[in-house]
Design a protein around this ligand. Structure first.
Ligand code: SF4
Ligand code: SF4
Length: 100
């Protein structure tokens, strides 16, 4: 059983009307405030809920590229699939995803 299947059993069912719209690339891409190709995103392990043993996957849920993977259940990292779309930054209500 992978992480998504495991959490799916723990968490309440999500509104199916959201469907795949949650993982599609946003239409309103703000190029001025988005990281450039050279910039990388980094998850702040001090402020990220998941890195502090709280179940959270808001960032991974919105990532159309599946670029946020978890080491075990609680340690999300951003991998090389990231295309800097910026969507995960606004999805994190802890402000734990930063441009570095
Ligand atoms: S949404 Fe924010 S707090 Fe939640 S796992 Fe992602 S980086 Fe951590
Ligand atoms: S910026 Fe990268 S990690 Fe974040 S949602 Fe976009 S592709 Fe995924």
């Amino acid at each position: 059983m992978n992480r998504r299947e495991f959490l799916g059993k723990l968490l309440p069912k999500q509104n199916s009307s959201l469907g795949n719209s949650r993982v599609s690339k946003p239409e309103s891409f703000d190029s001025e405030n988005s990281p450039t190709e050279e910039q990388k995103l980094q998850i702040n392990t001090a402020t990220c809920l998941a890195w502090n043993d709280v179940v959270c996957s808001s960032c991974a849920d919105v990532c159309h590229a599946r670029a946020i993977e978890f080491l075990g259940l609680f340690r999300p990292v951003i991998n090389e699939k990231c295309d800097n779309c910026n969507e995960c930054i606004s999805s994190c209500f802890k402000g734990a995803i930063n441009v570095c």
